[in-house]
Design a protein around this ligand. Structure first.
Ligand code: NDP
Ligand code: 2IT
Length: 449
């Protein structure tokens, strides 16, 4: 990289830190992207002239609002709601809503920034956004969750729309919450505007495969990464962190491909089952009972539950982090590599720390970053928007075929682009460069806006 470009990248990053104090996850996400962009900036001097990177790092709009609601005891509760529209060059803002007590504006900004690149990479006509709240859905009754969702949407509705901004789920937001949110939107606006939100139940406008798409997609991506190395997944062993929506359907697809998945987790600990996890039990505990993963041990006596342990100590060939950001650090990465891990495909957003990524890259294992590997979820959301716009509903097989093609294309684009820019096998660089170029083309065409 030439000196001028290096200095420019450093100055952009300094500005981001200065303008966004106290948002370490946002800084981390920006750094991970812009440090791979040198070669593309050299090739495209117009990006610097029109300050494309500076503009991409500044959200187009950020909405913060009060969400008051009453709990079952009649006590008034106050949460904070967020929606950050990061970039709408390629389509309406698109991205999920996260309900988790750890959510801050910085969390939503890191996710919205990542989403812009991911959505561009998906090849679908969608911009990047994220939203959510510091509301904690754990130990809340269904009535409390409903009243919270209704209050959240009572402010959010004026900022969204099928052509403006289309939310979906993320941590703590599944089909149940999407139902309460969509119901309130419909009621306030007097419009059955299906395309305003995705992740709906197929019983009322949702797409088949959306529920499975992120987890399946992360496995399709892993399969592609192994295919270019001539390796078959069958007979391999995998560890999947988390036990939510993404983890469950990653496990399902891995098992379908003949992979033995031996461990999964929640925020309290992990289970290890040497016989391979029983997915029916996990679905019953997590999807039906909304319980804790520790309950698995009482049903499968050969398994063990480790409270608060590190799931990455469990030896495996393939690792799929599917819980949350920065859940896999440098030390865990070293352990995985030492135990013979050959591929990491990220179902979660930014689950590996920068130190962890470096360990994987130095070891030469296949490492698929979240913005590529987990793009199947949002891509299928875009397929849901397509079906809503045409008032159509596709079959499971047809939609899954489309998802597989999208994941294959994302893999190919990242792989080929990394090679073209002299960084062969670096999926991080490939994903960032492809995403940037697609967003930049549209931004340049639209002028200074
Ligand atoms: P869910 O809420 O369904 O599940 C989240 C899982 O991760 C739970 O097992 C949860 O454990 C665990 N988890 C959450 N926060 C933490 C934490 N701070 N520390 C440890 N474990 C934690 O969410 P999803 O499965 O939808 O999302 C998982 C990841 O995938 C997130 O990073 C999300 O951004 C990403 N993602 C999701 C997509 C989607 O379509 N849903 C699309 C693309 C990416 P517990 O129950 O104990 O909290
Ligand atoms: O991180 C993500 O890509 C999501 N949570 C899914 C977003 C979406 O709009 O489907």
């Amino acid at each position: 990289m030439n000196g001028t470009i290096k200095a420019r990248i450093e100055s952009i990053f300094d500005q981001v830190i200065k303008r966004n104090p106290g948002e370490p996850e946002f800084h981390q996400a920006v750094r991970e992207v812009i440090e791979t962009l040198g070669p593309v900036l050299e090739k495209h001097p117009e990006y610097a002239e029109y300050k494309i990177i500076e503009r991409i790092c500044e959200p187009e709009r950020q909405i913060i609002f009060r969400v008051p609601w009453q709990d079952d005891k009649g006590e008034v509760q106050i949460n904070r709601g967020f929606r950050v529209g990061f970039n709408s060059a390629l389509g309406p803002y698109k991205g999920g809503l996260r309900f988790h007590p750890s959510v801050t504006l910085g969390t939503i900004k890191f996710l919205g920034f990542e989403q812009t690149f991911k959505n561009a990479l998906s090849g679908m006509p969608i911009g990047g956004a994220k939203g959510g709240s510091d509301f904690d859905p754990k130990n809340k009754s269904e009535g409390e969750v409903m009243r919270f969702c209704q209050s959240f949407m009572t402010e959010l509705y004026r900022h969204i729309g099928e052509l403006t901004d289309v939310p979906a789920g993320d941590i703590g937001v599944g089909t149940r919450e999407i139902g309460f949110l969509f119901g309130q939107y419909k009621r306030i606006t007097n419009r059955y505007e299906s395309g305003v939100i995705t992740g709906k139940s197929p019983a009322w406008g949702g797409a088949l495969v959306r529920k499975e798409a992120t987890g399946y997609g992360a496995v399709y991506f892993a399969r592609e990464m192994l295919k270019v190395r001539g390796i078959d997944m069958e007979g391999k062993t995998a560890v999947v962190s988390g036990s939510g929506n993404v983890a469950i359907y990653a496990i399902e697809k891995l098992q379908e491909y003949g992979v033995k998945v031996v461990a999964c987790s929640d925020s309290a600990g992990f289970i290890y089952d040497p016989n391979g996890l029983n997915l029916d039990t996990i679905k019953q505990i997590k999807e039906v009972e909304r319980g804790r993963i520790s309950a698995y041990q009482a049903i499968h006596r050969d398994s063990t539950y480790t409270a608060g342990g590190n799931i990455w100590n469990v030896p495996c060939d393939i690792a799929l982090p599917c819980a949350t950001q920065n859940e896999l650090d440098e030390e865990s990465a070293r352990t995985l590599v030492a135990n013979g891990c050959i591929a990491v495909s990220e179902g979660a957003n930014m689950p590996t720390t920068p130190g962890g990524i470096k360990v994987f890259q130095d070891a030469g294992i296949s490492y698929g970053p979240g913005k590529a590997a987990n793009a199947g979820g949002v891509a299928t959301s875009a397929l849901e928007m397509q079906q809503n716009a045409s008032r159509d509903a596709w079959t499971f097989e047809y939609t899954d075929q489309k998802l597989q093609t999208i994941m294959r294309d994302i893999h190919r684009d990242c792989y080929e682009t990394a090679k073209e820019y002299g960084m062969a096998n670096n999926y991080v660089a490939g994903a960032n460069i492809v995403g940037l170029k697609r967003v930049a083309v549209a931004m340049l065409a639209f002028g200074i806006i």
